[in-house]
Design a protein around this ligand. Structure first.
Ligand SMILES: [Zn+2]
Length: 247
């Protein structure tokens, strides 16, 4: 169902800890061994942080892979990068078949895969929003040697070393995620996302294949706002009585 009014809002708060060194480069998510500047992404005041868009990106691709492996037949996923669930041709056909704009929007929504419905596509805004994870306490960083990779042969270039900066393991960041107007049928995807984070399954940033970037969500709380407690939430924020009991 497509909603143009408030139905519900899920809020996940907690502490995100990196269990291994973490390198998220400034400007890009992907680690580029040949880049000149291999420092971690920082605010203007010098504080390192974890961009919410990076977290959302890795969660999306993880969920895509799981759903594509036949994890649960209720849910579907396209590969948004190279094989979208809605081709331009299909969109054109749906448009021709629609009575009006609203009908068209509903047809588009119905034809999107589960992942696009939740994480967004070029036709629909994302239901999920993850804020930049801001340090809770002072963050320490270090530098490591890496081996430069030859672009053509993809092997280690002779003797070429470079430094890259990392956030020290055990650093703590505030985690804040919301999902708006999630269909109850998709609540299991939200549970999956929370479990992946809580079990430390998510790897983020560069050099994850070398063990970097393991992050884990700790001390988390999940709230569900509905029309019944919306007013209270808007006036006073989330409270214990709004806790979602299903996780
Ligand atoms: Zn899709």
């Amino acid at each position: 169902m497509l909603h143009d009014k408030f139905v519900n809002k899920y809020i996940v708060t907690g502490i995100l800890v990196n269990n291994t060194p973490l390198h998220i480069g400034g400007g890009e998510d992907e680690f580029t061994p040949n880049a000149v500047d291999n420092s971690v992404v920082r605010y203007k005041n010098g504080e390192p942080f974890i961009p919410g868009s990076s977290l959302k990106g890795v969660l999306r691709s993880y969920i895509e892979r799981i759903l594509n492996s036949g994890y649960d037949e209720r849910f579907s996923s396209c590969f948004i990068v190279n094989e979208e669930c809605l081709s331009d041709k299909k969109v054109e056909a749906l448009k021709n078949d629609s009575k009006n704009e609203k009908d068209f929007a509903e047809k588009i929504y119905d034809n999107m895969c589960t992942v696009c419905k939740i994480f967004g596509s070029k036709y629909f805004a994302s239901k999920i929003h993850i804020s930049d994870a801001v340090p809770i306490e002072k963050i320490y960083t270090g530098k490591r040697d890496g081996v430069a990779i030859d672009r053509d042969t993809l092997t280690a270039a002779d003797g070429k070393k470079y430094d890259f900066e990392y956030v020290s393991p055990g650093s703590k960041f505030n985690f804040y995620m919301t999902i708006d107007n999630l269909e109850e049928a998709y609540e299991d995807i939200l549970k999956l996302i929370i479990n992946l984070l809580a079990k430390g399954e998510i790897k983020i940033g560069g050099k994850t294949s070398a063990g970097l970037g393991d992050v884990q969500l700790k001390d988390y709380k999940v709230y569900k706002i509905t029309d019944k407690n919306l007013k209270k939430y808007l006036l006073n924020g989330p409270s214990e009585e709004m806790r979602w009991q299903n996780v």
